[in-house]
Write a protein that binds this ligand. Structure first.
Ligand SMILES: *Cc1c(COP(=O)(O)O)cnc(C)c1O
Length: 414
């Protein structure tokens, strides 16, 4: 059974001050989880998690993670601005580029962020937009299929990211000639995976490539970036990644593959794993209709959480106060968009839902609010923080129609 950090009574108090829908994030659980990650990699001096800002771009959450020792993984101008706003610069920012505008590179260079370069042709582009730094990371794409055992976990040959090995070697030579002193290597080969062998397998491959690049170009490789991709148990029966085991297996790969003379710091850019399970979309049941199927309409929609509509993803649902009631009804739980895919759950077994019930959608702490949009004139919701001390803080107010119309001048139509 999936647990909640609040009960019906507590939530009824919260919704007195904050109208539904909203996302609420559990500070205590986020801090505990990130400490566990750091512990798993404590054998590697200098290990750093760069939180993938796109997963949950809220400065209050970013600040909590920064306090826990995390840097920020950014890939857009506004994400850099957020990182800047909470006091990150230099080694605290990874700027993972791909098809990146010049303006973004210039800002990243002003912050002295670590640039994670996506392509050999971007070397000249970066030189013209901010200049070549002394340390740089490069994105590797091994092509082919990425397998763990017999399972195909990803298809790098179809991915737009990274460089081939030959381009990587050529890039290192060009960058060395341009004065780069320290190199990093990055790859992102599987997304949302709960297979504990992903990071160890990826690490082994990157260590091998790093050793080869060092041998053939003389480049000083000091950073291996394992990026993101560790998944979370969205379904109640799924297991969590065993991060201590993952850390130990990456260590084994390090000890077996990294040659004498290379002193490599590890980093990750996890997003989903860091905040995903610790966010909840709180909505209220406002309509019930029975036609060929039984529908519960809630006051949130796919604009607040796109994953079920976009990927058919499972998000667990709890009806507050009915945690122990028998799940003897079958519902489609839907939002109000004029799109038939606006369904948080299809044929879900739930306790009987009455109008006004608080319906909580789990695991919205990553790629939830941040994938939101304004289709059908819908407004983005508020975000709340359930603080460690049990208090509740508004960390983003809900949008108003004024926000929605801010880019228009309606007065000219009068
Ligand atoms: C999206 C992304 C991440 C985070 O991915 P998760 O699945 O949330 O862990 C990390 N690095 C890069 C470059 C990304 O694009």
């Amino acid at each position: 059974m999936k647990k909640l950090p609040f009960d019906k009574e507590q939530m009824e108090r919260i919704v007195k001050d904050h109208s539904t829908p909203f996302h609420i994030y559990d500070e205590k659980a986020i801090r505990e989880n990130i400490r566990e990650l750091y512990k798993a990699f404590s054998w590697n001096k200098g290990f750093k998690e760069y939180f993938a800002v796109k997963a949950l771009p809220n400065p209050a959450i970013m600040q909590i993670l920064h306090q826990e020792g995390c840097g920020m993984d950014c890939s857009a101008l506004t994400e850099l601005m957020l990182a800047d706003a909470i006091g990150c610069s230099g080694e605290d920012i990874m700027f993972s580029s791909n098809d990146t505008p010049g303006e973004d590179f210039e800002y990243a260079r002003r912050l002295d962020a670590i640039i994670n370069l996506d392509d050999i042709t971007h070397i000249d582009f970066l030189e013209r937009h901010g200049g070549i730094p002394q340390r740089i990371c490069c994105r590797y794409n091994p092509g082919g299929e990425f397998r763990l055992g017999n399972d195909i976990m990803g298809n790098p040959a179809d991915a737009k990211y990274g460089m081939t090995y030959d381009q990587l070697e050529e890039s290192f030579r060009i960058l060395l000639a341009k004065g780069v002193k320290e190199f990093g290597l990055h790859a992102f080969l599987a997304s949302s995976t709960t297979d504990d062998s992903y990071f160890p397998t990826l690490a082994r491959e990157l260590f091998t490539v790093a050793a080869r690049l060092h041998e053939r170009t003389g480049a000083n490789v000091t950073l291996i970036n394992l990026s993101g991709g560790i998944g979370i148990p969205y379904m109640p029966h799924e297991r969590r990644a065993d991060i201590a085991h993952i850390g130990a297996e990456v260590r084994r790969a390090y000890e077996e593959v990294v040659p004498e003379g290379l002193d490599i710091k590890l980093c990750a850019e996890l997003g989903r794993y860091v905040t995903g399970p610790y966010g909840y979309l709180v909505t209220r049941a406002i309509h019930k209709k029975d036609i060929y199927k039984n529908y519960i309409g809630v006051d949130a929609c796919a604009c607040n959480l796109m994953r079920p509509a976009m990927y058919g993803s499972y998000h667990h649902i709890t009806v507050l106060g009915k945690e122990n009631a028998p799940a003897d009804h079958v519902y489609d739980v839907v939002g109000s968009l004029c799109e038939n895919n606006d369904k948080f759950a299809i044929d879900r077994q739930l306790p009987e839902i009455e109008m006004g019930d608080l319906v909580v959608i789990h695991d919205t702490g990553a790629h939830g609010f941040s994938m939101g949009y304004n289709y059908n004139g819908k407004l983005r919701s508020a975000e709340l923080l359930l603080c460690e001390d049990g208090g509740v803080k508004l960390i983003r107010r809900a949008e108003t129609p004024e926000d929605y119309f801010a880019t228009l001048d309606l007065s000219v139509y009068k």
